[in-house]
Ligand binder design. Structure first.
Ligand SMILES: C[S@@+](CC[C@H](N)C(=O)[O-])C[C@H]1O[C@@H](n2cnc3c(N)ncnc32)[C@H](O)[C@@H]1O
Length: 345
């Protein structure tokens, strides 16, 4: 197997050429809080244990990253892109208007805001496809052959994301089904509830797709594992393969208090995913849309090296403490994830 260097020492690489998207404009971000240009990536924004967090745009970061220096990706990108634009974030933070909707309270509890994906226009969907094609094209060279990439998605847009990533040359390796009851769907015809009491407009969702891809191998799986430490997924134990359905639950309020990001994913699930992404337990995991740093926290828990990139300064700031707090978070005994309480390191 190739010697694995500590990633912080891997030199940055000059920008490489990439497959360009057609004439569809890519969403641009202009805000003092979100940097898309000329960020100095020579130094991380923060280093927490074996996790390095960069502040900036991941497309820029990927363009500068040394080739073949990342062994797996676990990430939760903005599903619709627009919801994490500065304009929509300002609306979310002011609590007024925009793509974020605050669901009605339930059982006396105020629920977290959710992005309204059904409002995406055809132009938004074109932008989404274009963005992921560019993103995947830039991701490809920085990965070692056989590296797996897991992308959190949503049943409404997952086909666009999967198509775009495959167009960049990745192999589709199925989906991980996160069994979780979200509050999406299950609704009744608007302003006609009484007239159509037996109608559900969209199924109440009970799962979340995490799309799974692999960079093509060099030779056979065994050759690739020896040379690059990638090509497969880590088994849960010698007897138990990694499986593609994971029982989960919405992120617990206690966890949200440690990392108040609107899209925080639970450690119980992330620890399982992150552990699985490095088949030999060696290498570096990347989260290019790091948010609160929850993937990096899971990597810290499992004992892997990790890198995150986050373009919103408020979230990057939040991540510095959140990574430590989430790493040390003890899962409740009632956690439904099958092996979450005992994810081995
Ligand atoms: C869905 S959230 C991820 C939340 C994360 N799963 C967590 O548990 O905290 C997506 C994140 O990606 C960030 N983001 C969006 N576009 C980005 C870009 N081009 N480069 C880097 N970060 C980006 C957003 O600011 C947001 O924090």
């Amino acid at each position: 197997m190739q010697e694995l260097k500590l990633d912080l020492e891997v030199p940055l690489h000059p920008r490489q050429s990439e497959a360009t998207c057609d004439s569809t404009p890519t969403p641009t971000v202009s805000s003092s809080k979100c940097s898309t240009v000329s960020t100095n990536f020579a130094e991380p924004f923060a280093v927490i244990g074996n996790a390095a967090l960069y502040h900036g745009d991941c497309l820029e970061w990927l363009a500068e990253r040394a080739p073949q220096s990342i062994h797996g990706v676990v990430t939760d990108p903005p599903y619709g892109l627009v919801e994490y634009s500065p304009a929509q974030q300002a609306k979310l933070r002011s609590g007024r208007g925009g793509v974020w909707r605050r669901p009605p309270s339930f059982d006396g509890h105020q629920r977290s805001p959710l992005p309204r994906f059904t409002t995406l226009t055809t132009a938004d969907l074109d932008q989404l496809n274009c963005f992921f094609r560019r993103w995947a094209a830039r991701l490809m060279p920085v990965l070692v052959p056989g590296a797996h990439v897991v992308v959190a998605s949503n049943p409404l847009v997952s086909h666009l994301v999967a198509g775009a990533v495959c167009e960049a040359g990745f192999e589709r390796r199925g989906e991980i089904v996160r069994l979780v009851m979200t509050m999406r769907g299950g609704d009744r015809p608007k302003n006609a509830h009484d007239e159509f009491p037996d109608v559900t407009v969209m199924p109440r969702s009970g799962w979340e797709p995490w799309l799974l891809f692999r960079k093509p191998l060099e030779g056979r799986v065994q050759d690739n594992l020896r040379k690059w430490g990638a090509g497969g997924l880590r088994r849960r134990s010698p007897e138990r393969p990694f499986a593609d359905v994971i029982q989960s639950a919405p992120t617990k309020p206690a966890e949200k208090r440690l990392a108040p990001h609107p899209s925080l994913k639970p450690q119980a699930f992330l620890r399982e995913m992150v552990r699985a992404i490095l088949p030999l337990g060696e290498g570096t995991v990347l989260d290019p849309f790091a948010g609160s740093g929850s993937t990096l926290a899971a990597a810290e828990f499992v004992g892997y090296r990790s890198i995150g990139v986050e373009h919103d300064l408020d979230y990057a700031d939040m991540a510095v403490d959140a990574i430590k707090r989430l790493r040390d978070y003890r899962l409740p005994a009632s956690s439904p994830a099958s092996t979450s309480g005992s994810v081995s390191k």
